[in-house]
Write a protein that binds this ligand. Sequence first.
Ligand code: LLP
Length: 443
Amino acid sequence: MHLHGTQKINEHGRLEIGGVDTNVLTEAYGTPLFVYDLADIRSRAEQFHEAFQSNHVTYQIAYASKAFSCIAMMELADRLGLSLDVCSDGELFTAMQAGFPVERIHFHGNNKTPAELEMAVDAGIGCIVVDNFTELSWLMAMTEANAKPMEVLIRITPGVEAHTHEYISTGQEDSKFGFDLNSGQAGRAIEMIQAHEYLHLLGVHSHIGSQIFRAEGFEEAVKEIYQSIRVWIDRYDFYPEVLNVGGGFGIRYAEGDKPLPLHVYIDRMVEAAKKEAALLDRPVPEFWIEPGRALVGEAGTTLYTTGSRKDIPNVRSYVSVDGGMTDNIRPALYQAEYAAVLANRAGERAEELVSVAGKCCESGDMLIWDLELPAVEKGDTLAVFSTGAYGYSMANNYNRILRPAVVFVEDGLHECVIEREQLADLTRRERSYTAAKAVDTAK
Ligand code: LLP
């Protein structure tokens, strides 16, 4: 069994997180329940800070809030000295509700609407990562009309695609994100921004993928970007003040996942940039990264209560829990694998092989195939590890199942930061179709 962060098995043989017995949590808040181990998030933020500081470069660590966004998380990100990557009006709104310093907010997205851009410009956020010409023209008009300046990065596709265990260099880019390099789109965008009165081109952004276990992809991306920078210096006299290499740092979900220590990614990408900058006799740009999963993924654990089981002799035993693809769609969507234990009997030896099913009316709603557990009884607490990123943030109401509650734990304290959804929430924004009465009467 591999435990994460502050998790341990206590003297009662139960899983404890942040010094809090999971039994206390299920009794206080019910299940399914997302539990975040704040010490783990703090430690990861600290590791990123230290990695940059020991490399003596200026930097920003922008938490990719798509991984998990709520007011308390935004407040924590601020306290941890993080910047913020938002990619919708909803994420921006949440950050602003939390009082997150707007100058450290960066706005992403391949289809930011005029209303979203307006919101960002009005709020005076730190930077917009410009993705395409449509957005650029809106942004130009908007900043001009309001006489409001805006810092921008341009997002480019560096021709490097990183998968979990390897990376590939792709010659021709085929992506919905960013400006293409080969066809000269990036260059054209640079010229347009440079010529604009209210936009200031801070630098370049690239994001090469997610759940990456090797540093080579980032190194390669830095090198590829510098190939372009050489051209941009000659053509546009443009050398970036900021180099943003995105997120994607891998975490441990299950057996076989072997993430690198966080500083290794940073050491390698900074080293690559230092080398390239020295060749051009230019300063190393300020480094920005955008980790989501690496900050909150392993810090999150989902607690479920086991219910029905179905034993098919010589085939399989299904154990169902009170959640599923509504709170964790990743297994169904990406065949993502997770590890889990019985939190209330974490000290007991595994005795059987079961598959954990969600409660949705869908055969694909399986959380874990072939999991070794003590003989499972109804009413046990199943703790699924590493659900902190893209779990709650991708939660949905399929089958009109309610979204779970979220609790933060630290130093023996626990506090609910998102309440469990209630049945009444489901119909709160709904209305009868009154026109039907008129139509039916007329018939
Ligand atoms: N920056 C940009 C521009 C991104 O698009 C993303 C993620 C990140 C940063 C953060 O990536 P991270 O460090 O969290 O890997 N729903 C999928 C993940 C989608 C990621 C999309 N972009 C999942 O559950 O695996």
